[in-house]
Design a protein around this ligand. Structure first.
Ligand code: HEC
Length: 108
């Protein structure tokens, strides 16, 4: 009885963790979709890995950026760049994923 309860708790902890975190591969696939389709970043930015050729904003392959700096820019925007977070265009999770994607593909 005690052992089965213990196993049950372990199972819940384990499955909660699986649901919470996407694998890096998932984030790369979902991030590409957000970049090109859901958020339309591709319409304004060049990013070779995504095959995008927009030239309203800076070429993301040639600026220096980090996952945090992308997150900041996508959340708050600047000038023509939309504030996806503040205006609830993307969820926080989508912003995390697209920032991970851009930070890991820019310049590659
Ligand atoms: C309507 C056009 C437009 C869209 C859509 C857009 N951006 Fe931008 N973005 C810009 C412009 C313009 C700037 C430059 C802002 C400035 O410096 O005044 C910029 C700046 C940035 C920067 C900072 C680059 C640097 O110089 O360090 C990042 C990173 C970025 N955008 C990522 C994204 C991502 C990711 C998305 C999609 C979620 C996106 N952008 C969607 C126009 C856009």
């Amino acid at each position: 009885m005690k052992i089965s309860k213990f196993l049950l708790i372990l199972f819940f902890i384990f499955s909660a963790n699986i649901q919470k975190s996407f694998s890096d591969d998932d984030k790369m696939i979902k991030g590409l979709e957000i970049f090109n389709e859901i958020a339309g970043c591709a319409g304004c930015h060049i990013l070779k890995a995504a095959g995008s050729e927009g030239n309203v904003g800076p070429n993301l392959d040639t600026v220096s950026l980090t996952e945090d700096s992308v997150k900041e820019m996508v959340t708050y925007g600047l000038g023509v760049m939309p504030a996806y977070g503040e205006e609830n265009i993307l969820t926080k999770e989508q912003i995390d994923i697209v920032s991970f994607y851009v930070a890991n593909t820019a310049g590659k």
